[in-house]
Design a binder for this molecule. Sequence first.
Ligand SMILES: [Zn+2]
Length: 214
Amino acid sequence: MSRTGNTCPGCARDDRVQAVPAVYLAGRDAVTSRERDRDGDMRTVTRRVTTGLSDALAPVPTAPAHAIGLLGFLSGFVCVASFMAWVFVGGALEDDEAPEADFGAFGPPPADLGPDLGFTGWLSAAALGVTLLVVLEVRRRKTAFAHRTRGRHRAEELWSHGWYCHRCGTVHLEGVPGEDRTPLTLQRFREKVWEHGGYGDLAAEQRAVDAVRS
Ligand SMILES: [Zn+2]
């Protein structure tokens, strides 16, 4: 640990005190290692490793994972699969009677479809509609999240004054006007930082302790 001249108010020692941004970044590494794969051959594997401590000290919430993204993926798959069935099995684009006629990119009207596969064109169109709706909704949520965390620079400013003691597991603030050096739990520190950014209520949903456990 780097010596900071910055004693921990909990244990009155400075040998295990480290700046919060340093702890945060040190816990987010790409680790490369040599591993044996299933066939017994050695290969080089690079993984992104994030420690629970690093997650607990994050200045900004993680963007919520969207189950709706999975729906978009599935409807996209159904769209492509049913379109293929429509074209290749249903013969929607075959125009054997008038090869020179120009029907545009989508070929002749699917009047000659078999009765069994006519629905695949409609299914494909419906799935395409669902996929587009999902894409729009995901974009809307992304924008909303960016808007929600637009005060992150204020949060990061306070965050950068935090010092973590590896012995006590607490953070204290140093050199912030109006803030004393009381040792804070990870959750209390998160609440303070996130409140500064204007998204303090998210600290109740994404608890620092849960990040350490995971
Ligand atoms: Zn300490």
